[in-house]
Design a protein around this ligand. Structure first.
Ligand code: PLP
Length: 450
């Protein structure tokens, strides 16, 4: 190791040679990054500061998570208070008061009767937990043949084995064996031929929900436990639900006794201007997965929120004192709980969800104003989410997207790309002048791509 240190003196870290070599970065082009690193050293509000001292607008709220903006003083203060009193407490048969307070605050924001909160440490764990809770619920009802799980093509549900099994992104699945058995997938809803350049939710495609009827005909409803979808698919490139699609999916689930799980890891806590996408679309699922915005990304934490009946059935019928053999060492970690309470305070005190609704129109206008830029084949928007889909360069899918990400960083914005789709999701505190600033920067980026 020492020899390697001398052979690869990292130019960036004269006093810490070779320090770029050891971190195996997740979902990253490691080799490219290490040639040309993009390092962030501090952040405040809407902006990061890069290692070379530049201000970089955070047009993605980190990874769709820093909803309150960076270093919100209420979250910082809550964390400082917490570390001074209680660093850790387990929640297996013990717990701490703030965990119960937070649960009540979450329940108050989520649609009735979704009042029971199970804690995890990430979106992926929330998905695994939700799938297990769905199976445990049917087992508790003595309906244990319902074990089949239905996801959707192009869905992203995190990186755990449960999540990649119900997920529908081929590269996330293809090298990892047979995955969970007994899983099937609905067709995705992305249809550029019918819906390109829609503003808000697209008009066409509600009938795609009937794909669940096809799977019921194939497998029989008595074998199906749950359907999991993102109400608005983010990570696969911002795929919006056609008008009426989620309502129709809910109706078919009801008809056959199938649980409906919304993966709201991106949408919960204000992304669409409401606490949940369930509220935004007026469709109440049985289980909601969340994470990210729960703590505004400051400390890892996720949660699964379920209808009263699910909790009551599983706990009420249990033959053992412990009703659900599932949980994590860090479920309801006091530091995460403090960060979440601080984030919920910030959202409420500054009406940050309200700001999303207030800026949704300038946001939509800015995005659709880029329609005349070269290579743009679609623009999508909903709440404070946006996507610009670019035509792939001949023979090099994804190359144009990567170039856009690099160019934006050089010009002063962090954007996220999935293949050739640019995804945008700034902190909920963004103001109209910052939207305009981002629009100008994006125009420069798009105009400069090969
Ligand atoms: N589910 C959805 C819808 C997501 O967007 C993500 C992350 O982007 C996850 C699950 C996984 O969350 P995490 O990366 O915290 O495990």
């Amino acid at each position: 190791a020492l020899l390697r240190l001398h052979r690869h003196p990292g130019a960036l870290f004269m006093n810490r040679p070779n320090s770029l070599e050891h971190f195996w970065m997740p979902f990253s082009a490691n080799r490219d990054f290490k040639q040309d690193p993009r390092l962030i050293v501090s952040a405040e509000g809407m902006y990061y500061t890069s290692e070379d001292g530049r201000q970089i607008m955070d047009a993605t709220a980190g990874l769709w998570c820093v909803n309150a903006g960076h270093r919100d003083p209420r979250i910082t203060a809550a964390l400082l208070r917490q570390i001074d009193s209680l660093d850790y407490a387990p929640s297996f048969n013990f717990s701490h008061p703030a965990a119960f307070e937070l649960s009540a605050r979450i329940a108050a924001q989520f649609p009735e009767p979704m009042n029971r909160v199970f804690y995890t440490n990430s979106g992926s764990e929330s998905v695994d937990s939700a799938l297990k809770i769905a199976l445990a619920y049917h087992a508790a009802r003595k309906d244990g043949t319902r074990t089949r799980l239905i996801g959707r093509e192009r869905g992203y549900h995190g990186a755990g084995f449960g999540g990649i099994s119900v997920g529908g992104i081929v590269r996330n699945r293809m090298k990892f064996g047979t995955l969970l058995t007994g899983v099937d997938h609905l067709r995705h809803t992305h249809d550029l031929a019918r819906n390109a350049f829609s503003r808000g939710t697209p008009e066409h495609g509600a009938e795609l929900a009937d794909d669940l009827e096809r799977l019921v005909a194939l497998h029989d409803a008595s074998t199906i436990a749950a359907v999991i979808v993102e109400p608005m698919a983010g990570s696969a490139g911002v795929l919006l639900p056609p008008k009426g699609y989620l309502q129709r999916l809910r109706a078919i689930c009801d008809k056959y006794g199938i649980l409906l799980i919304f993966d709201e890891v991106i949408t919960a806590f204000g992304r669409l201007g409401t606490a949940t996408a369930a509220e935004y679309f007026g469709v109440t699922p049985d289980i909601i997965c969340c994470a990210k915005g729960l703590t505004s990304g400051v400390i890892p934490m996720g949660a699964v929120v379920v209808r009263d009946e699910i909790y009551e059935t599983i706990t009420g019928t249990s033959e053992t004192p412990i009703e659900l053999f599932h949980g994590y060492t860090y479920s309801a970690h006091p530091m995460a709980t403090a960060a979440a309470l601080g984030a919920l305070d910030a959202y409420e005190q500054d009406d940050m969800y309200g700001n999303v609704s207030a800026v949704a129109l300038p946001w939509e206008e800015m995005l659709h104003g880029l329609r005349d830029c070269p290579n743009v084949i679609d623009i999508r928007n909903l709440g404070l989410v946006g996507a610009i889909e670019l035509a792939p360069r001949d023979g090099a899918p994804g190359a144009r997207g990567t170039e856009a990400m690099r160019r934006a960083w050089d010009l002063g914005a962090m954007i996220r790309v999935t293949g050739d789709i640019i995804a945008l999701s700034p902190p909920l505190i963004i103001q109209p002048d910052q939207i305009a600033e981002l629009g100008e920067l994006l125009r420069q980026v798009l105009s400069s791509l090969r």
